[in-house]
Design a protein around this ligand. Structure first.
Ligand SMILES: Cc1ncc(COP(=O)(O)O)c(C=O)c1O
Length: 400
């Protein structure tokens, strides 16, 4: 098709024609991004407070990621795990050096990372816990869309039409250690939790919850898996959110921001838990040089520029800005979150409408619940971007 004709194409019509109808898309076709801004196919500019769903931690087209990926594309895109490749080892070393873990397995998405973590816990159970296989997870959690992760995800709306679900998951109330204690049995091999529930509505547990869960797991000899797919890579103000909780998990999963937008996933474990033997697990694309070069550049930049600290400061500034809107709008009932994973809850179900109106005004937001907005911008934003977003939100809230 000639270039000119392609420019005139109604991409949204093509979507209806060719793509499975699974995504609830906003009526915008994005074609370009830079920093915390994106542009649509008509040239309209938006301030991006969705950040590719908490993925674009360094914003769009970050020069370090662009350089690393461009160089790697020219050099070696893919081999297979039959061979050693350098970016995979560089990224693994940097992750281990900056966390409490000893070993890394790379894959391609969050769901795949969680699947691998559960397989590792089950193998540990089969070797050391008399065949225990069950994993306790929380209600309102989100762990991904594969069948096993739908079973792990404690939200009936994701489970209902896909039964029978794989066995071996029990969903209990979040932020309630007794619920975990009651659900623990001889078949339990692990507890798997988010440090802050992202998709569930940005639910921050009480201080001490994870410490109590850690103690319970230690008493019972079972494993603690933390899903840091949304909270990791600086998002909550430290490189990993567990670092603010005074505990260390046995296994942690990552994805989303790990390679700044290039698809990747990983799970990390302590040596004593790493019971895989050659052939026990695998992934064709997992640890691919391209994704790992992007991951290495992203993590290096986050560490060298203390992006997590910027995220903590700007996150506090954002929360203060939102708290400042509270006296002006009775409909705001709560502001919550950590770092740049923040939600505002309203007294009514107005979030979708606010997102639509903000979109028209050039601000991208997410309605994490019918009555709550979520903010998950790139971690490199500054106060001026927050001020701009607050200005738009204030104008929109005055109308709805
Ligand atoms: C905490 C958490 N775990 C797992 C996932 C699934 O990740 P993916 O969509 O990459 O499979 C998500 C995605 O939103 C998530 O937020």
């Amino acid at each position: 098709m000639p270039e000119r004709e392609r420019e005139m194409t109604d991409w949204q019509e093509l979507e209806h024609k060719y793509l499975m109808n699974t995504a609830k898309r906003l009526p915008v076709t994005l074609v370009r991004g830079e920093g915390a801004r994106v542009w649509d196919d008509r040239g309209k500019e938006y301030l991006d407070f969705v950040g590719g769903w908490a993925v674009n931690v360094l914003g769009h087209a970050h020069p370090e990621i662009v350089a690393a990926v461009s160089e790697q594309v020219r050099t070696l895109i893919h081999t297979s795990n039959q061979f050693y490749t350098v970016p995979q080892l560089q990224l693994a070393e940097l992750l281990v050096q900056n966390s409490c873990f000893d070993k890394v397995f790379f894959c391609n998405s969050g769901a795949e990372a969680n699947e691998g973590a559960v397989k590792l816990a089950r193998r540990y159970g089969s070797l050391y816990l008399n065949g225990a296989y069950e994993v306790i997870t929380a209600m309102n959690s989100f762990h991904g869309r594969t069948l096993a992760m739908v079973a792990a995800t404690g939200q009936p709306k994701f489970q209902q039409t896909y039964t029978p679900l794989p066995e071996g998951f029990v969903n209990v109330e979040y932020n309630n250690v007794e619920a975990i204690e009651r659900a623990t049995g001889s078949e339990t091999c692990a507890v798997m939790l988010e440090v802050v529930q992202g998709e569930g509505g940005v639910n921050v547990p009480d201080d001490g919850y994870l410490k109590e869960v850690r103690s319970w797991c230690d008493e019972q000899g079972i494993l603690l898996i933390l899903d840091e797919i949304q909270t990791g890579m600086g998002r909550t103000g430290t490189l990993f959110a567990y670092q603010q909780c005074g505990i260390e998990p046995d296994i942690m999963t990552l994805a989303k921001g790990l390679a700044g937008g290039v698809p990747i996933g990983a799970f990390l474990s302590k040596d004593k838990v790493c019971v895989f033997a050659p052939g026990d697990h695998g992934s064709t694309f997992g640890g691919n040089p391209l994704a790992c070069a992007a991951g290495y550049a992203t993590l290096k930049f986050i560490l060298e520029h203390d992006i997590a600290e910027n995220c903590r400061q700007i996150g506090d500034y954002l929360k203060a800005g939102l708290e400042g809107l509270k006296p002006k709008f009775e409909k705001i009932v709560e502001v919550r979150g950590r770092g740049l994973l923040v939600a505002v809850e309203f007294s009514g179900e107005i979030a979708e409408g606010v997102v639509q109106d903000c979109l028209e005004e050039g601000l991208l937001l997410n309605a994490v619940k019918p009555n709550a907005l979520r903010f998950m911008p790139p971690l490199i934003i500054g106060e001026s971007e927050v001020d701009e977003a607050m200005g738009i939100l204030e104008r929109v809230l005055a109308r709805v």
